[in-house]
Design a protein around this ligand. Structure first.
Ligand code: HEM
Ligand code: HEM
Length: 186
């Protein structure tokens, strides 16, 4: 059956988890590298994959709203449960918000947004200097840029904590948390 139980996670949960995990970790790394090194050729790819992630994470968010979170495989301290749950929320909600902030930043900044070549919001070039753009709403675009940056670093922190947690379960508690996410019945 395609539902999560305490001993086994559904194929959909496992597939969506690893698909999003890989895409989000690559996007976080590419985002930081392209922004720091000003590699503008990567921007259209970053924007397109970011929007694709939004569509995938929407599915996962609706599933979590409907079915709740998978039950922990064992019993843990209150602090540990709250920490794990908070990080899961931050990951899910953060990954939903990142593309929204990114989209608004690019659209309102006048840089335009395309989805794998399909233009969604046109660039707004400056007639006096066509290599430059005129923002549609400069202050709001700046706010979205800051939000995208800050949330990006928060997400990197959340992913690190999340991976440390997964390995703590596997190596210290020696429970089935990680194996269950890899498809095992525990
Ligand atoms: C190497 C990287 C990763 C490992 C080893 C890993 C491992 C795990 C494990 C073992 C669980 C199950 C926790 C439990 O049963 O309570 C889990 C759940 C979860 N992980 Fe990851 N994860 C990784 C990366 C990510 C990334 C990058 C994201 C963000 C998109 C993410 C989002 C989530 C969420 C939201 C859950 C809650 C369960 C669900 O909604 O399916 N994980 N992860
Ligand atoms: C889950 C999806 C996304 C993730 C994880 C992500 C992550 C990041 C990160 C970590 C940065 C570097 C921030 C910094 O160093 O200040 C970045 C930069 C950027 N992102 Fe995203 N992003 C996502 C989606 C999007 C989308 C959908 C768009 C636009 C449609 C977008 C547009 C940009 C742009 C234009 C920059 C460069 C900003 C600059 O030049 O300073 N991102 N992204």
């Amino acid at each position: 059956m395609n539902v999560d139980t305490k001993t086994k996670l559904s194929r959909t949960t496992i597939f969506l988890h690893w698909l999003l995990a890989i895409m989000v970790m690559v996007m976080l790394a590419v985002g930081v590298i392209m922004a720091e090194a000003e590699i503008y050729s990567l921007y259209p790819w970053h924007k397109s994959f970011g929007q694709l992630i939004f569509l995938i994470v929407l599915v996962q968010a609706v599933r979590r709203l409907k079915n709740g979170w998978p039950e922990p495989v064992s019993t843990y301290s209150h602090v540990e449960r709250v920490l794990a749950r908070s990080v899961h929320y931050l990951l899910l909600v953060g990954v939903l918000l990142m593309p929204v902030f990114g989209f608004l930043m690019s659209a309102l900044g006048g840089n335009g947004v395309a989805f794998f070549g399909l233009q969604l919001v046109a660039r707004n070039p400056d007639p006096a200097n066509l290599s430059k753009v005129i923002p549609l709403n400069g202050p709001l675009a700046e706010l979205m840029l800051a939000a995208h940056g800050i949330l990006g670093y928060l997400l990197i922190l959340a992913v690190v904590l999340h991976i440390l947690g997964a390995f703590k379960h596997h190596l210290i508690d020696k429970d089935g948390t990680l194996r269950r996410m890899l498809g095992d019945k525990v």
